[in-house]
Write a protein that binds this ligand. Structure first.
Ligand code: COA
Length: 250
């Protein structure tokens, strides 16, 4: 479907790797569609016990492709791929582990809210500049982040767009462990294999109990989505997106 997402099976672990290094793993519609499909296919496959999300060295993801956002801001069609992906992510039936190195912007941060374990390298910075782009939080983050880290840190992350180092992210409960760059993937795969080896039904019931019903999160994703789509056509968003896309020409 797209060469920018690589899907690999390692035993009972499905690895979903964002692979668009030349754009710091900015995510296009085709990439969202490929990742949503991987989650639903993996959930339907009894041979898959666990999903893993990875990026490339130095870039987990620079967030949504801003050229795609600008296209919508200037009257183009608003694809549903991102929202379909977010709903597949929030509703995924099997455990998800992520390994984050370097850039983790926008959805590169909020994706991890739906993971059961996240490992991040010490050079990782989590950042969500939604408001600076004239936009609003997505992926259920307006619900999940205040619950996770309290209103004040949530405001700093989601509204001020403050960068959170890996250590701050760990203190805030956003990630599980800070690891060395050289160890990241080995740690992620070891954890995934540990998860994949657990009794499947007992783990599923336990995880479902921990997470609660995805319905509240899915409803929030839809509510955020309505604001987000409206904001994409705002003057604030148009100005911010145009400034980013033309910054190197100046
Ligand atoms: N959408 C589209 N293209 C993006 C992108 C994005 N979100 N993030 C990076 N890119 C592109 C850049 O335009 C550049 O393309 P070019 O080489 O054709 O000019 C390439 O990726 C490399 O990015 P660059 O900015 O040169 O790398 P950097 O290491 O100096 O900075 C970032 C990396 C992520 C800090 C910076 O690119 C950035 O701020 N990106 C936007 C992040 C963002 O706002 N995402 C949306 C959140 S909702």
């Amino acid at each position: 479907m797209t060469e920018h997402v690589l899907i690999e099976r390692r035993g009972a672990v499905q690895v979903i790797r964002m692979n668009r290094p030349e754009k710091k793993n900015a995510i296009t519609s085709a990439m969202y569609a490929a990742m949503a499909r991987a989650l639903t296919d993996g959930d339907a496959d009894p041979g898959v016990h666990c999903h893993v999300f990875l990026g490339v060295p130095g870039a987990f993801s620079a967030g949504n492709d801003l050229a795609d956002f600008l296209a919508v801001a200037t009257g183009g069609e608003n694809s549903t791929d991102v929202w379909d992906f977010l709903i597949a992510l929030a509703s995924a039936a099997k455990p998800i582990i992520s390994g984050v190195d370097g850039i983790a912007v926008g959805i590169g941060t909020t994706l991890n809210l739906h993971c059961d374990l996240t490992f991040a390298t010490s050079r990782t910075v989590f950042r969500t500049p939604f408001v600076d782009l004239g936009l609003v939080p997505e992926a259920g983050s307006s619900l999940l982040v205040p619950k996770l880290m309290g209103r004040q840190r949530a405001f700093a992350l989601l509204c001020l767009g403050e960068g959170f180092s890996a250590t701050m992210a760990k203190d805030a409960g956003l990630i599980y462990e800070v690891v060395d760059e050289a160890d990241l993937e080995a740690k992620v795969f070891a954890a995934a294999e540990q998860v994949a080896a657990k009794p499947v039904q007992a783990l599923k019931i336990s995880r479902d109990l921990l997470r609660g019903s995805p319905e509240e999160i899915v409803n929030r994703i839809r509510e955020e989505g309505a604001h987000f789509r409206e904001r994409l056509t705002s003057e604030e968003a148009h100005a911010a997106l145009t400034a980013f896309m033309s910054r190197k020409k100046a």
